[in-house]
Design a protein around this ligand. Structure first.
Ligand code: SF4
Length: 380
């Protein structure tokens, strides 16, 4: 299939791998930020084809995984109300809250619907003016423009029975938190290409300079990832720390100005808790005062909830790159995609799900020498 096969060409992949092997002279650890990249790496065995001295650390860039437990519990409470139609992308339905998930709410009679776009939820609100329709607006910079545009459209059309439960997160503050963590082993980043296609690259040079790390904007197909790694190891070997765009077919330095304007009009930066990680200052977006009436947290006045995370789940360490999923004792035994203990086993971008799909028959990964104990300080 053209455009897919083009970026899977085994001969080109071999050439890129040969270049990487010829370039690397010492150990390097780099983090791929995005869960989509993690899945591509594990699915194609890219990490197993690299020199043994190049480690890919899986980052926290899975939106479903980092949505805080308290927000999941708020979603469950709102979705349980008889006057509510609760709309969400399918990934969120099996994410465990403190005591249940959205599937359980649905099985008990809650009106929980899977939609493919926030505009679908807005359409449902138009059809059911007597019901409150809530869309679970989670994700990184990639999903924020569509959610912002939907709220904008709701106001333009005068649709008042629609609201957004917002849990948006931003990549650059997460990179900063990762670099500031005392146990950080990351020496370079493969930045998420789709995030940069929205936001451009302007936020990254300062981070690259401050923390002396190469940041290479990378795509998602096997050749994209190999090219991102090749450019990264070249910089590392030469002692450089620049922002480099290895995904120019999708990413312009200035990003998507129309999408950025829409985000700026509807959202404002806020501190945000990341599940398993902690609060990262300035790492989220919330609706501005001008759009507050469309904020589901505000509309339903969900009180602060007591949350209860599974004590067996080590997804916080997985998300910080401190352990690999198959280091967790519950991996593939008590925790599977059908019986997930943590969000990283549920999401199509979760690292635990990727290892379960493609690596569950492998021996557990050798412990990483510098991995700290579970009590390690949270990133935030
Ligand atoms: S395997 Fe399951 S229990 Fe272990 S860290 Fe991953 S999601 Fe949590």
């Amino acid at each position: 299939m053209k455009y897919v096969d083009d970026f899977n060409d085994p001969q080109l992949a071999r050439r890129l791998l040969d270049d990487i092997h010829a370039t690397v002279t010492r150990p390097w650890a780099m983090m791929e930020v995005c869960g989509g990249q993690t899945h591509s790496i594990i699915r194609h065995g890219i990490d197993q084809l690299l020199p043994d001295t190049v480690e890919l650390i899986h980052g926290p860039g899975c939106p479903v995984c980092v949505t805080p437990l308290e927000m999941i519990d708020k979603a469950l409470e709102i979705a349980s109300r008889p006057d509510v139609i609760f709309c969400s992308f399918g990934d969120m339905l099996r994410v465990p809250g403190s005591s249940q998930d959205l599937f359980r709410v649905k099985s008990r009679g809650g009106d929980v619907r899977v939609v493919y776009s926030p505009l679908d939820a807005l359409g449902i609100a138009r059809k059911h003016p007597d019901r409150q329709v809530v869309f679970f607006g989670i994700g990184f910079e990639t999903t924020a423009p569509a959610n912002a545009m939907t709220v904008h459209e709701a106001r333009r059309l005068g649709i008042r029975n629609f609201s957004l439960l917002v849990s948006h997160v931003r990549v650059p503050p997460a990179i900063e938190a990762i670099m500031r963590a005392p146990h950080c082993r990351v020496q370079a980043f493969l930045a998420a290409g789709h995030v940069c296609s929205v936001m451009g690259t302007a936020e990254y040079p300062e981070l690259a300079e401050r923390y002396k790390v190469p940041i290479v904007v990378t795509g998602f197909e096997p050749l994209d990832i190999l090219e991102g790694i090749r450019r990264t190891v070249r910089q590392l070997e030469h002692g450089e720390h620049r922002v480099d765009n290895a995904y120019p077919r999708a990413v312009q330095p200035g990003g998507n100005p129309a999408a950025m304007r829409m985000i700026e009009e509807v959202f404002e930066v806020t501190d945000r808790a990341w599940r398993g990680i902690g609060t990262i200052p300035g790492s989220g977006w919330r609706l501005t005062d001008a759009f507050r009436e469309y904020d589901a947290e505000h509309r339903f006045e969900v009180a602060a909830l007591r949350t209860c995370e599974s004590s067996a789940c080590r997804s916080g360490e997985v998300l910080q790159g401190l352990i690999k999923p198959n280091d967790c004792a519950a991996f593939g035994t008590t925790c599977t995609p059908r019986t997930p203990l943590g969000a990283t086993m549920v999401s199509s971008e979760g690292a635990c799900a990727a290892y379960y799909l493609y690596r569950r028959l492998d021996a557990p990964a050798a412990p990483m020498p510098s991995a700290p104990s579970k009590e390690a300080a949270p990133l935030g």
